[in-house]
Design a protein around this ligand. Structure first.
Ligand code: CP
Length: 359
């Protein structure tokens, strides 16, 4: 059937980055002074909500992620440690990037990808499962379609748990990956002098019922003096009342508009997310909420998307300089390495460790 070999098979695989935003995060690393103090307070903590992160922690986490991305550690700080990933809902990026992060730090991984292969199928309580996790691993990463599950597990766990998405509530480590991409693109946000023009961040989606947006907005509140957020959605109630009140209390400049096309040319960052949970199923954005290479974007605007994408983000954008969503997904490994290093109390080991630059 394949008598003529395709050209792609006649040469070695090209590992050069070649996609916008993939450049080494040296600029970010150089623009932040190291201060491990904010990171030390993450040791042995559950990570359930983006509310738990301070501005200083976010900045030092992205710095450590940039250090990981630009270097290769000679030591493996998690050697002998075991990560349990329990994903009771589908995932490509979150589970694999957590597992990649843990492996790169030298640890071992045990994975549950289907709740029906565990005692949960026989009616075992989450609290009892948590008791077993405490015996078998050192950190748990949980994705569950119920908002409460991760909180129920914290009642019994004796090891830290990381929320990898709980229903429509939160996805705090996705928000860290989003912040890592944003701050690599604009390191000045970590230390913008007063009077600098605000960066306009358009958020396409429904933060009231999209967990990635809920957590991302909470992280953005720490940068409220340097940014302005415009939520774009033709539907009503895209921000829940308590959510809007919390964001406004933080000082974040946030507004909601219904039409994409009029606001799009004014945005510096476009964050688009297509999926909202409704009951037990997904709802996707429709209407004029679509981006493609023909969209009227600012020439230097970047696009972020937590992925998986649907028709709202056309593949014609993949080869453009607007595409920062692939860099965002790649960076998820390094920011999760940074977070896991902190949770497992290994920060001092890696900050003093000999490193080699990535070739
Ligand atoms: N961004 C994200 O959560 O992707 P997955 O659903 O593939 O983990």
């Amino acid at each position: 059937m394949f008598n003529d070999l395709p050209d792609v098979l006649k040469q070695p695989v090209d590992s050069s980055d070649g996609v916008a935003g993939m450049e080494r995060p040296r600029k970010l690393l150089d623009s932040i002074a190291e201060d491990v103090t904010p990171l030390l307070s993450l040791a042995r903590h559950h990570i359930v909500s983006a509310r738990q992160f301070t501005r200083e922690q976010i900045i030092q986490l992205v710095r450590l992620a940039a250090a990981y991305e630009t270097s290769r550690l000679y030591i493996k700080p998690l050697s002998g440690k075991i990560l349990i990933t329990a994903f009771y809902e589908p995932s490509t990026r979150t589970r694999l990037s957590f597992e990649s992060a843990w492996h790169r730090l030298g640890g071992d991984v045990m994975s549950i990808t289907d709740a029906n292969t565990t005692g949960i199928a026989k009616g075992e309580s989450l609290q009892d499962v948590a008791e077993m996790f405490s015996n078998y691993g050192d950190v748990v990463v949980l994705r569950d379609s119920e908002d409460e599950s991760v909180y129920k597990m914290t009642e019994r766990l004796r090891i830290p748990i990381v929320n990898a998405g709980n229903g429509i509530d939160e996805h705090p480590t996705q928000a860290l990956a989003d912040m890592y991409a944003l701050l690599k693109w604009k390191p000045e946000l970590c230390c913008t002098p007063e009077g600098a023009e605000r960066i306009r961040i358009g958020i396409i989606g429904a933060p009231s019922r999209m967990r990635t947006l809920r957590s991302f907005l909470l992280c953005l509140t720490h940068f409220s003096e340097q940014i302005e957020v415009i939520v774009i959605n033709p539907d009503k109630d895209v921000l829940a009342a308590d959510q809007a009140a919390e964001l406004q209390r933080s000082g974040l400049q946030i507004s909601v508009v219904s039409a994409l096309q009029s606001v799009l040319p004014t945005l510096d960052v476009v964050y688009i997310n297509s999926i909202a949970w409704v009951g037990e199923s997904y709802e996707r954005l429709t209407g004029d909420i679509k981006l493609g290479s023909e969209s009227r974007l600012k020439p230097d605007a970047i696009i972020l998307h937590p992925l998986a994408r649907g028709v709202e983000l056309d593949t014609s954008l993949d080869i453009t300089a607007h595409n920062w969503y692939f860099a965002q997904a790649r960076g998820a490994v390094f920011i999760r390495m940074a977070l896991l290093t902190c949770i497992t109390q290994r920060v001092s080991r890696v900050t003093d460790a000999p490193i080699a630059p990535v070739r």
